[in-house]
Design a protein. Structure first.
Length: 258
């Protein structure tokens, strides 16, 4: 089961839990009102306000963090394309024979980088392709170092090798960026606050003669959908919100490698 399956289950469970606690809070409130009509609501406004404010702040911060990480991952794709493109152009500094073999390795490498993300959400296949990319990095580096030792490639060591380092480093940066997510305790706290808020909201609805289904379902759905969108932003290769379109810069670069 991939992380987004857990996200759907988490948001769906949260929605059902909020519905249940809204109804529970309403029944508790009705019982309390029948026992103490005047004191049942005294002092509750401060508590309700504090809990709902804390829920709103937590949603705002987690959403903002997820959106920031989403944008950062998109920028890393462009940065990788720039780094590969720079290294590709600097192959012209090498003797024609060495440059030709390295260009073929570059094509294989870029194909492997694209295939790594195409294979998601199959995590095992993506890891295998990532290992292939790492192997190609070693082959590219060995071939480049050997080519730079030739008598006709004096400028190459100063210009090509740093470009290759940058091209390889961005791979590690992108891989680590995939693992940057809030600690699970943050989502657990978000769920607990949403459920507690539902209980308090249900208690506040106890004065009505009938259920306000628009408010009950609307409140539960809005919070659950928001939590799902946050998790979708955290895993932009697995859900509805995706960064696949940003891979176009890498695809265009590959097409230019004739």
């Amino acid at each position: 089961m991939n992380p987004m399956s857990y996200g759907i289950l988490f948001a769906g469970g949260l929605f059902l839990g909020m519905l249940l606690l809204l109804e529970t809070g309403r029944r508790v409130g009705i019982r309390r009102l029948s026992q103490d009509p005047e004191g049942a609501r005294q002092g509750l406004g401060v508590v309700d306000g504090a809990v709902f404010s804390l829920l709103g702040l937590l949603i705002a911060f987690t959403f903002s963090g997820a959106a920031t990480r989403f944008d950062a991952r998109r920028l890393l794709i462009v940065e990788e394309a720039n780094n590969i493109g720079t290294a590709w152009l600097r192959l012209d500094l090498l003797p024609p024979g060495s440059a030709s073999s390295l260009r073929e390795l570059f094509r294989q490498y870029l194909d492997s980088r694209l295939e790594t993300y195409r294979k998601l959400p199959d995590l095992e296949a993506a890891k295998a392709e990532l290992a292939r990319s790492a192997k190609l990095q070693g082959e590219i580096w060995s071939a480049a170092v050997a080519a730079c030792r030739g008598p006709d490639s004096q400028p190459a060591p100063m210009l090509l090798l740093p470009a290759l380092n940058a091209m390889f480093d961005i791979t590690t940066t992108r891989t680590e960026a995939k693992h940057k997510h809030p600690p699970p305790i943050i989502f657990a706290m978000l769920a607990v606050l949403a459920l507690v808020s539902s209980l308090l909201a249900g208690y506040g609805m106890a004065g009505g003669k009938s259920h306000s289904w628009v408010h009950i379902i609307g409140f539960s759905a809005v919070v659950a959908v928001t939590v799902y969108v946050i998790m979708d932003l955290e895993y932009p290769r697995l859900g509805l919100i995706r960064v696949d379109s940003d891979d176009q810069v890498l695809i265009q670069l590959r097409e230019s490698m004739k």
